[in-house]
Design a protein around this ligand. Sequence first.
Ligand SMILES: Nc1nc2c(ncn2[C@@H]2O[C@H](COP(=O)(O)OP(=O)(O)OP(=O)(O)O)[C@@H](O)[C@H]2O)c(=O)[nH]1
Ligand SMILES: [Mg+2]
Length: 246
Amino acid sequence: MSEVIIVMPTYNEAENIRKLVPSILQVLAENRIDGYILVVDDSSPDGTADVAEQMGRETGKVRVLKRPGKLGLGSAYVDGFKYVFDNMVTAKYVCEMDADGSHPPEILPQMVSLAEKGGYDVIIASRYIHGGRWGERSLTRSMISRGANILARASTGINVKDLTSGYRIIRLDILKRVVDKLSKLHSGYVFQVELLYFLHKAGAKISEYPFIFKPRMHGRSKLGRGEIISFALWCLRSMLTRLIHQ
Ligand SMILES: Nc1nc2c(ncn2[C@@H]2O[C@H](COP(=O)(O)OP(=O)(O)OP(=O)(O)O)[C@@H](O)[C@H]2O)c(=O)[nH]1
Ligand SMILES: [Mg+2]
């Protein structure tokens, strides 16, 4: 099957990737998917990059892109995508996946298969379509996520239920169509919605696949108040821009 590069931004996820990386590689092998993991690490003090490099030496299936400091989730993905464009030219899809175990690698083959059979450019793992949901999780967190989705839908007009999901596969061909926009993307979490908006405007065919979002395995969340504020500001600005240009 097609080559998939899992781009995985990390900040202090050493314990998590020790478990997650082997399970991803097992899923890929069992489903005969030719795939690699690209860890994009921001000099995590817990030594995440060293752990990933060690797994790379052992398996030949993990590459590590090291950055000098914590530069944000969005910019980690953009640097990861550029690395894929430059160094992994045979890849057909990139997959965005968190490193904390919230995104089950078991559904990756179904996501690829849905993209292939349906001719989709983007498949989003979704908590908000039939069969998808939050695992045990705080009410506050899921309410923030639902609110963020309402805002994101109103500001982009994209008819997708889980616009903020960080688990997706994207065809390289469509990503290349927005390559000049990548450096303009926000460096933080709002990048997810912003990228989808660019892809939507570039004509991407988008679909969703249900999943159960599990709580992170170890460590602390990096989603802070600053991220939530810049997300809301971006949505309001985009909503106004759309209203003015209608
Ligand atoms: N390289 C890099 N990775 C980051 C940065 N911020 C977050 N991440 C990674 O992005 C992924 C998502 O971050 P999380 O902290 O899990 O955010 P979340 O899923 O909204 O929050 P929780 O699941 O509640 O912890 C994880 O793999 C993080 O390690 C960053 O600045 N740089
Ligand atoms: Mg998480």
